[in-house]
Design a protein around this ligand. Structure first.
Ligand code: SAH
Ligand code: SF4
Length: 356
C-alpha cells in the first residue's frame, strides 16, 4: 500500500479515517495533539495512544517523509532547507526571522511551468505538484528543527513563495491552508499567511470567492503587456486586460489589500517611465495596493539580467511614492546563502549531474 503524509489530513478527515477503522473519536484528538502540539516525529512516541491505533497509522502514513539533504544557515538567522521527497525529487523551504516573528517560505510544486525569464525555479519544468501533506510537512520539519534547538520558538507566518505556482496546484494549496490554520493545531492565522501568484486570472476569481482572510500577492513585474510578456511568458495567456479585472473583482469582493511584486531588472523595467506607467495602472486601487519592489537576485543561468543600481531603485520608489502608491523595497534575507527561490535546488541538481 502506498503511504501518504499524515499531515495531509484535516482534523475532521483524521477523525473520519480513525473511526471508520473502529477507533474511538477521542483518539483522533489525541493523535492530532501529538502531531501539532507535542510535535513528535515518530508514531510510537504517542504515549497514550493504543498500539492498535499506532499500527494502523504506521501502516498507512508517513510522519516524516522529507529528508533533510542540505541545511544552510545565514548570519542573519535565515535557514534554508533542501528536502528530498520520497520519490527523490528535491524541494526548498526557507525560514526567515523578522521583528514580527518567524516566517517560512514553502514550495508547492517540483519545478515550475510558468517559466519566468529571471527565476531559478522555472529553469526546470514542473515534474509534479506537491500534495497538501508535503506542503504542511515542510513547516513541520522547520518547526521540529526549532523544537530541537530548545528555544521555544514558533513558526508564526507563512509565505507561499517558494518553488512553483501555487494557483496551478490550487486544491492542494487550499488543503494545506486548512491544516495549518486549525486552531487546535499549528493555529497559524490566515492574516499571517500570504500566497503569491504569477497572475493566473481564473484562479484569482476562485480565490476571491473563498471565505478566508489569507493575503494575496501578485507578481506583476511590468506595467505593460509588451514588457510583461518579455519577462513572464504567462502574460500571453493572462495579459493585463484579463489580469486587472480579476484583481478588481478580488478587491471588490474582499476589500483586502493586495501586494504587487515588482522585481527590478537593470535597464529592463526600472526606468522612470515604467514607474509612472505602474502608478497609472494602479491609480484607481491605490487605497488597496502595496507595491513590493524586489532587487533582483542574480541567477547564473539568466545572465541577461542584472540588479538595478541603488540610484535606480530609489528613483523608482520615489516616483511611485510621489504618485500616492504605497510601496517599499524588499529587504534581503540570507544573501550570503543561495537565497533566491529555486537556486539551492538548481545548484544541487547540477552538482548531482556532475558527480553521477
Ligand atoms: N510562482 C509564484 C510564487 C513563487 S515566486 C510567483 O511567481 O508569484 C515568488 C517571488 O519570488 C516572485 O515574486 C518572484 O518575483 C521572486 N523571485 C523569483 N526569482 C527571483 C530572483 N532571481 N530574484 C529576486 N526575486 C525572485
Ligand atoms: Fe514560477 Fe514564480 Fe518562478 Fe515565475 S517566479 S517561474 S511563476 S516560481
Amino acid at each position: 500500500m502506498n503511504k501518504t503524509s499524515i499531515y495531509g489530513l484535516t482534523s475532521d478527515q483524521l477523525t473520519a479515517w480513525l473511526t471508520e477503522r473502529g477507533q474511538k473519536k477521542f483518539r483522533a484528538a489525541q493523535v492530532w495533539d501529538w502531531l501539532y502540539k507535542k510535535r513528535v516525529t515518530d508514531f510510537s512516541q504517542m504515549k497514550n495512544v493504543n498500539t492498535e491505533c499506532i499500527a494502523l497509522l504506521e501502516e498507512s502514513f508517513y510522519i516524516q517523509s522529507l529528508k533533510e539533504e542540505v541545511v544552510q544557515k545565514s548570519e542573519d538567522g535565515t535557514i534554508k532547507f533542501l528536502f528530498k521527497l520520497q520519490d527523490g525529487n528535491l524541494i526548498e523551504t526557507v525560514l526567515m526571522r523578522f521583528n514580527y516573528g518567524l516566517s517560512v517560505c514553502v514550495t508547492t510544486q517540483v519545478g515550475c511551468n510558468i517559466g519566468c525569464t529571471f527565476c531559478a525555479s522555472g529553469l526546470l519544468k514542473k515534474n509534479r505538484d506537491l500534495s497538501g501533506g508535503e506542503i504542511v510537512e515542510q513547516i513541520m520539519n522547520v518547526q521540529h528543527h526549532l523544537d530541537s534547538m530548545g528555544k521555544d520558538e514558533r513558526v508564526s507566518h507563512i509565505v507561499v513563495m517558494g518553488i512553483g505556482e501555487p494557483f496551478d496546484n490550487y486544491s492542494n494549496m487550499m488543503d494545506f491552508f486548512r491544516v495549518i490554520n486549525d486552531q487546535k493545531g499549528l493555529s497559524i492565522g490566515a492574516r499571517h499567511i500570504t500566497v503569491s501568484t504569477s497572475g493566473l486570472a481564473n484562479k484569482i476569481y476562485d480565490f476571491a470567492d473563498e471565505d478566508i482572510q489569507i493575503n494575496l500577492a501578485v507578481s506583476l513585474h511590468a506595467p505593460n503587456n509588451e514588457l510583461r510578456t518579455q519577462i513572464m511568458k504567462i502574460n500571453r495567456a493572462y495579459p493585463l486586460e484579463k489580469l486587472m479585472p480579476a484583481i478588481d473583482y478580488y478587491l471588490e469582493k474582499t476589500n483586502r489589500r493586495i501586494t504587487f511584486e515588482y522585481i527590478l531588472l537593470k535597464d529592463v523595467n526600472d526606468h522612470k517611465e515604467e514607474a509612472i506607467q505602474l502608478a497609472n495602472l494602479l491609480s484607481n486601487k491605490r487605497h488597496l495596493s502595496y507595491v513590493n519592489l524586489i532587487p533582483y537576485n542574480p541567477v547564473d543561468e539568466h545572465n541577461q539580467y542584472e540588479r538595478s543600481t541603488k540610484k535606480a531603485i530609489v528613483e523608482f520608489y520615489e516616483t511611485l511614492l510621489k504618485r500616492g502608491i504605497n510601496c517599499g523595497v524588499r529587504v534581503e534575507q540570507g544573501s550570503d546563502i543561495d537565497a533566491a527561490c529555486g537556486q539551492l535546488r538548481s545548484k544541487q541538481i547540477k552538482k548531482d549531474k556532475v558527480t553521477n
